[in-house]
Design a protein around this ligand. Structure first.
Ligand SMILES: C[S@@+](CC[C@H](N)C(=O)[O-])C[C@H]1O[C@@H](n2cnc3c(N)ncnc32)[C@H](O)[C@@H]1O
Length: 260
């Protein structure tokens, strides 16, 4: 019998448990989980936005999933935030958490990011500002030609995306094609912040093993440069060999600018 392997993108509709995902990867924000990958990405994203020169009117987040962590540091520096997500169940989870009766309030993530700038502020201030700027939670499938399923978007000033570009493509060549598709949605001079994993093959969400693309740092950088971006910063943290939830070799936070 053929071995089935990790679950692929289509299983995000049916097998991805948002609470299990958040519990595993976002509930403990110290060095004890995944070798400290989560505080690392939150701190590096905050570093990129804190000086105030990475800003604009409209921000697009690609593959928000059930948690908007990739956007939180950008909130004070943009006006309109467009969240997008592949799975209908994650879109519902996100909607219920932000605007409905969901129990999830992302308080530990908002508190962590708030404390990076000003410990005297309540986390709810940033959370309310975020909710006030969200203009919608839209469908997105990076593998389709029309990735936003008919939603028309003018070009964005800022694009963020986290652990999504490496969840969708079946191989490295397709990753390159997705980079080109995404690059069509950003203005010249616009900023893109991409968080991802390197040299990975899977990660667990509860009992379910999901596929992750095995891609190197050089390949990631070459694809974005090839799509007209210059890389302004690249921060990398090695993965933890003891981690049982995922097998990634490292996590990166890349900030680049669309030049051509
Ligand atoms: C590991 S989660 C990342 C969620 C969140 N952005 C984060 O930083 O934790 C991977 C995300 O990629 C999305 N995804 C999977 N296949 C996709 C596709 N074909 N197009 C767009 N997004 C996809 C999933 O629905 C899921 O939300």
């Amino acid at each position: 019998m053929a071995e089935s392997g990790p679950l692929r993108y289509e299983h995000y509709h049916t097998h991805f448990d948002p609470d299990a995902y958040i519990k595993t990867y976002y509930s403990v924000l110290d060095g004890s989980v995944l070798g400290g990958a989560t505080p690392f990405i939150l701190e590096r994203q905050h570093d990129i936005f804190k000086a105030g020169d990475v800003k604009g009117k409209r921000l697009l987040d690609i593959g928000t999933g059930p948690i908007p962590q990739s956007v939180i540091s950008a909130v004070p520096f943009v006006q309109d935030i467009y969240l997008t997500e592949f799975s209908a169940s994650n879109r519902k989870y996100l909607h219920d958490a932000l605007f409905g009766s969901g129990k999830q309030d992302y308080s530990n993530i908002f508190k962590f990011v708030t404390d990076l700038s000003d410990k005297s502020q309540p986390w709810t201030k940033l959370s309310e500002e975020f909710k006030g700027k969200v203009r919608g939670i839209f469908p997105c499938d990076l593998l389709k030609d029309d990735i936003f399923a008919g939603s028309y978007f003018p070009l964005f000033d800022v694009i963020t995306t986290s652990f999504c570009m490496d969840a969708a493509p079946p191989d490295v060549d397709t990753y390159g094609k997705l980079v080109k598709k995404v690059s069509k949605y950003i203005k010249l001079g616009g900023h893109l912040v991409n968080v991802g994993v390197l040299d990975a093959s899977y990660y667990f969400v509860g009992e379910e093993k999901f596929y992750a693309l095995n891609i190197s740092a050089d390949e990631v950088k070459q694809f974005w440069k090839g799509a007209g971006f210059s890389i302004r910063s690249w921060e990398h943290k090695k993965g933890s060999a003891e981690c049982k939830d995922a097998d990634f070799g490292g996590t990166f936070v890349m900030h680049c600018i669309k030049e051509s």
